[in-house]
Design a protein. Sequence first.
Length: 320
Amino acid sequence: MERIVFLDRNLLQSTLPTLTFEHQWQEYPMTQPEQVEERLQGATMAITNRVVLSGSLLDRLPSLRFISVVGTGTDCIDLEACQRNGILVSNTRDWCTGSVSEHVFSLILALHRHLMPLHAEIQSGTWQRSLSPYVAPPSIPYDLAGSTIGLIGYGTLARTIEHLAQAFGMNVLIAEHKGRSAARPGRTLWRDVFLQSDIVTVLCPLTEETRGLLGEEEFRLMSPHALLINCARGGIVDEHALADALQSGKIAGAGVDVLSSEPPEQQHVLLDPHVPNIIITPHLAWLSRKSLQNLADQLIENLEAFVAGQPRRLVQLNHH
């Protein structure tokens, strides 16, 4: 009989389809780091969204054979330790493409059209006291039509962003990998993407290779009217460099749904009130009713497929 432990059930607010195989099910609303080992003792299958499963922990869980990640990113799991211990890992894929792409453009439009500062002007009574029929924004917006958006990463989500951008009449640049001296057909050299883009959108996964991928050098290349959007992972962007770029006017604004530590500490550099023109949302770009159901369905499919001996959506350890 399989013993299944769901470590952070609260993060999946949807009804799960019934499993067809014999099993014991234990779920916890949330699990703190010091509780993980005790809760997974004797488990054959673990389900996690963001609970960290370190190598030293996995080495001490001899019964564990399968981990199902409720989400796409697997940076919370030591994949080398999984391979060492014969533990298979599956994730969920393309389950929230629509909701994340909508969130990306929500941030773009809110920043581009100065919605937050204009709303603040209304709340403070500025328009009501004004003799003018309108209140001037901090700067006159550029039209999205004819502007250029640069995509960092080019998976399913990026392709959806590309189609939406084209619907707005935008030009799309797909970034070549950083450090390459020649661009593949359809790609643009890394440096040129930052030089030419009015908006840069981060859409790649967090790996050891992409950690700190965007930093001071990239912000220095960007136009003073350019925006950065990150709905991927916080660790991909050097947050201190981003704060400096905003404070010094190297770029015009940023919209981020992810931070390097979540929840962030009170003194997180991007939460400093002196950092201007930034919109931060609490890692919820993925959230919609459809995406939640997609997530639940794929989770159950992954569990069923593993037990049937035909595992699906396996996460491979990349060797470089």
